[in-house]
Write a protein that binds this ligand. Structure first.
Ligand code: CA
Length: 237
């Protein structure tokens, strides 16, 4: 799951990003409204939802929201603002925002609002993802195997391992390149670290090895990786 965060207060932005990263969200954090519009219209990146501060340099959060709705983009939007007068809330909701959070707020409240937003938007609500016998559970951030001999113990994944496996499971039997994985899992403004994808893949395979299904992730020489759910060891058949 990927979130666009547009917040120009450096301290607040950093805290929100850190909080969301811990919850396994990939976060692109932008501080300028005009730049944010470029991210929102970038076809290569698909956001689960957007958190927009109201007052921003360039385009305001409200204007960004209006533009999204004008483009028929149903992405859930949470507006952040210090404004708490009733007429301001009405303006926010009129612009097409799905919810409204008044500063200052606690991390737990923010996370609860985001979960509620996802529940209200079925398209954006993460359902357990199953490919072959492999089952990825968002609520517990675990992976398990569901096969003829029953359900194997669930294995806990780190935020990045979870994001990587989610991405592979969203593209079963397809070759995904290191470049695609990098763009999906890491923020667009981070410096590329060489071999970061390969290193993360190694960690994920170690976790899957405890379910005897690490062979499901194939390395396609010179091209990338492919999740092949039919490719399982004898023990898991
Ligand atoms: Ca602001």
């Amino acid at each position: 799951m990927r979130i666009l965060l547009v917040e120009d207060e450096p301290d607040l932005g950093a805290v929100i990003k850190q909080t969301l990263n811990r919850e396994a969200y990939v976060v692109d954090w932008i501080t300028d409204g005009t730049e944010a519009w470029w991210y929102l219209t970038n076809q290569e990146v698909e956001y689960t939802l957007a958190i927009l501060d109201w007052l921003l340099p360039g385009l305001s959060g409200l204007e960004l929201c209006r533009r999204l709705r004008k483009n028929n983009n149903p992405m859930p939007v949470l507006i952040l603002t210090a404004k708490d007068k009733m007429e301001d809330k009405v303006a926010g909701l009129d612009a097409g925002a799905d919810d409204y959070l008044v500063k200052p707020f606690g991390n737990e409240e923010l996370l609860a609002r985001l979960r509620a937003l996802q529940r209200r938007s079925p398209k954006f609500q993460p359902q357990p993802l199953q490919v072959g016998n492999l089952l990825l559970d968002y609520s517990t951030r675990t992976v398990t195997l569901n096969n003829s001999s029953g359900v194997a113990p669930a294995i806990s994944l780190t935020a990045k391992e979870f994001q990587l496996l989610e991405y592979l499971m969203q593209h079963p039997n397809q070759i995904v390149s290191r470049h695609q994985i990098r763009n999906h899992l890491w923020e667009l403004d981070t410096e590329p670290i060489s071999n970061v994808v390969a290193a993360q893949m190694r960690l994920l395979r170690q976790k899957l090895a405890s379910l005897d299904c690490d062979s499901m992730i194939e390395t396609v020489q010179g091209m990338g990786y492919r999740l092949n759910p039919a490719h399982v060891s004898r023990k898991t058949v």
